[in-house]
Design a protein around this ligand. Structure first.
Ligand code: COA
Length: 260
């Protein structure tokens, strides 16, 4: 795959995707969103990819937002289209991938950048990271899922405050409100991502995909996540991974999951 705005590196089941527009603080323009869509789709279809680590290039930013220069002149209809297309192509797409995606937030994650990190399955951050949804300071609101996912992750009151003030929080504050799971020095961030990825890879990728579907269904309107859980739980019993996982436990050995 040939990309201009992102870098894809793969080894030992891990795919690292780096958003690579450092001069623009990795701001998400149309082409970058398209390339990310294509890369995530290809990685989802690649049986050898077990975990995806998403980060930004340089030491300053994960992603400083959607590219403001691209939409500053948009009409109401174009604005609606921008949000809808972006959500479908990238943000919901990532959130619904069955391959686990970890965001390694290595600096500013603002606006669309924080929305992208929040669409990932979980987040880790470097200690210089700063996060926020500054859209109302531009006269607009978050359009890539931010109004929904921030409230889901940190609670309605704190999300309202962050959105209304257009403020930024530090990595430590993000840790204390559950927006990120770990904070590390910047030069240790990717190593931590790899360590977490290797823990995930020891487990059944078939079961992990089912778990992602069940957890996500809590947030889908009109869908009962508990019912999804029952269905997915039952479906696991018909898998080779379940046979191997339980047999290996009873035989006191490490499992070798056929689905991996
Ligand atoms: N869209 C387009 N370009 C962006 C951008 C964005 N979201 N964020 C940063 N850039 C560009 C800047 O325009 C600048 O480009 P230039 O060198 O061609 O002028 C370059 O990236 C570096 O940014 P700069 O603002 O000079 O860096 P800084 O260290 O002074 O400030 C930020 C860093 C993150 C505080 C600042 O860039 C910023 O506020 N960005 C916008 C954040 C935002 O509102 N995001 C939500 C968008 S909906």
């Amino acid at each position: 795959m040939n990309f201009e705005n992102i870098i894809l590196e793969q080894h030992d089941g891990l795919a690292q995707l780096t958003i690579n527009r450092p001069k623009k603080l990795n701001a998400l323009n149309k082409d970058t969103i398209q390339e990310l869509h294509e890369a995530f789709k290809a990685l989802e279809d690649d049986a050898d990819t077990k975990v995806i680590l998403l980060t930004g290039s340089g030491e300053k930013a994960f992603v400083a937002g959607a590219d403001i220069s691209e939409f500053a002149h948009f009409s109401e209809e174009e604005g609606k289209h921008l949000a809808k297309q972006g959500q479908e192509k990238l943000f919901d797409f990532v959130s619904n991938l069955s391959t686990p995606v970890i965001a390694a937030v290595n600096g500013f994650a603002l606006g669309g950048g924080l929305e992208l990190a929040m669409a990932c399955h979980f987040r880790i951050a470097s200690d210089n990271a700063k996060m926020g949804l500054p859209e109302v300071s531009l006269g607009v609101i978050p359009g890539y899922g931010g109004t929904q996912r921030l409230a889901q992750l940190i609670g309605k009151g704190k999300a309202m405050e962050l959105i209304m003030t257009a403020g930024m929080i530090s990595a430590e504050e993000a840790l204390s409100c559950g927006l990120v799971n770990y904070v590390t020095p910047q030069d240790e961030l990717l190593a931590l991502g790899e360590k977490l990825a290797s823990k995930i890879m020891r487990n059944s990728s078939v079961a992990i995909a089912a778990a992602i579907r069940a957890v996500n269904d809590n947030y889908v309107d009109g869908v009962n996540g508990f019912e999804t859980e029952i269905e997915e739980f039952g479906a696991c019993f018909a898998t080779e991974d379940f046979k191997e996982g339980t047999t290996a436990f009873l035989e006191k050995r490490k499992p070798s999951f056929p689905g991996n």
